[in-house]
Design a protein around this ligand. Structure first.
Ligand SMILES: Cc1cc2nc3c(=O)[nH]c(=O)nc-3n(C[C@H](O)[C@H](O)[C@H](O)COP(=O)(O)O)c2cc1C
Length: 386
């Protein structure tokens, strides 16, 4: 895909990293994330600004904003947390004091901006529309609409469409819409099943390595947590779960399970408990039950997969229920720790086989298609519970 361009000084052929994004020509695809690079000039003493593909400015609003009181940045072992509060100089001072500097730099400038009402978005877009120094716009829609009860523009499809079409009508500049990670659908569904009578929300996290599918990460877990009061049971179908457990705990997981096939359970289950989450050990259909028995004592629950993890809609593998019987027996007869250890089953559970799972010894039933494949979540949950 890359052209080969000649480097005159060394006579070495170097690949061209040039890209075109929405009509903006970038010499390479390196752009700082908005808010991490100020207005560009702050970094000029340390970096030749002409070496990066584009400068993305700190988010801009109609009026200046002071942001949150300090401290508003904290370093944690799982990364940096920040709540800057969108501090910025406002559009007037940006045009007066920041743009003249950027004009002199031979690098495209993408202005990130936001608003708290539709009018504010529209006005900022219009003010930027005719400025030749601005190569493109990045629209931050992760802000609450104060005129609509504080609902975040980007979490409501109608509001998101409205703000984008308004901005589009005010400016012909290339427009990048920066979506909020707090996606709507899953939270709406979370609330719907909570109202329909679910007791726990089970979230499947897949990484495309441990299982051949990719789903969600900690940000989505955090979003669900905001919308639901139910315990969140996060099933990590991922390689190296040790790298991520603190992120999911911080995002609001109440229960977290990791696979015997993916990690050292003796090490990880106590770490999950330390993070104040219930710790689950998961066993895949093809793994012998003996593999998990030595770790039962470290767990709060054992999740027995009754299908191969990775995709919904599969039929139950009834032989896996024998593992439930075996684990139940161990918990009754041989367990040494003095706390409850529950058994959860996941995969292909329907009204036709839920009794078998319970009879085998399951305490927690995970159901996907049986609920989401029906029109009436409440009726489906009631049927399963019967
Ligand atoms: C200190 C800081 C300030 C930020 N300010 C903004 C901002 O003003 N506007 C915006 O759209 N995103 C802002 N962000 C979000 C980043 O642009 C980026 O989307 C986010 O950090 C995710 O990328 P990362 O995982 O590489 O950090 C900010 C991030 C940080 C760390």
């Amino acid at each position: 895909m890359t052209d080969l361009a000649m480097n005159n000084k060394t006579n070495v052929k170097r690949p061209s990293l040039a890209v075109n994004i929405a009509g903006i020509h970038l010499k390479n695809p390196v752009m700082p994330a908005s808010g991490t690079f100020g207005y560009g000039e702050e970094y000029a003493p340390y970096l030749d600004l002409e070496r990066i593909g584009a400068i993305v400015t700190k988010g801009l609003s109609l009026r200046p904003k002071a942001g949150n009181p300090t401290p508003r940045i904290a370093e944690t072992i799982s990364g940096m947390l920040n709540a800057i509060g969108l501090q910025n100089v406002g559009i007037d001072d940006f045009i007066k004091f920041k743009l003249p500097f950027l004009r002199e730099v031979n690098t495209p400038v993408i202005v990130n901006f936001f608003g708290n009402t539709l009018d504010e978005y529209g006005e900022v877009a219009a003010r930027l529309a005719d400025l030749p120094e601005v190569a493109g716009l990045e629209l931050n829609i992760s802000c609450p609409n104060v005129k609509q009860g504080g609902i975040v523009f980007g979490t409501d499809p109608k509001a998101a469409a409205e703000v984008v079409s308004l901005v589009r009508s005010r400016s012909q500049k290339p427009l990048i819409v920066k979506l909020t990670p707090n996606v709507t659908d899953i939270t709406v569904i979370a609330r719907a099943v909570e109202e329909a009578g679910a007791d726990i929300l089970h979230v499947d996290v897949m990484d495309g390595h441990f299982v051949p599918n990719i789903t969600i990460g900690p940000d989505v877990v955090r979003a669900i947590k905001k919308y639901s009061t139910l315990p969140l049971d996060v099933h990590l179908m991922i390689d190296n779960p040790d790298r991520y457990i603190d992120k999911f705990a911080e995002a609001g997981a109440d229960m977290m399970s990791v696979h015997v096939e993916a990690c050292d359970l003796e090490k990880l289950l106590p770490l999950i408990r330390k993070l104040k989450c219930k710790a689950g050990a998961v066993i895949n259909p093809e793994t012998r039950v003996e593999a998990v028995i030595p770790f039962i004592e470290y767990a709060d629950y054992i999740l027995v997969m009754t299908v191969n993890p990775g995709f919904g809609g599969q039929a139950i593998m009834p032989a896996c229920l024998e593992k439930v019987v075996r684990i139940r027996k161990y918990i009754y007869e041989e367990r040494k720790v003095n706390r409850a250890i529950l058994i959860e089953v996941d995969g292909g559970i329907k009204t036709s086989n839920v009794k078998d799972a319970v009879k085998a010894g399951a305490d927690i039933i995970v159901a996907g298609s049986a609920i989401f494949g029906s029109k009436d979540y409440k009726a489906a949950i009631e049927k399963l519970k019967k």
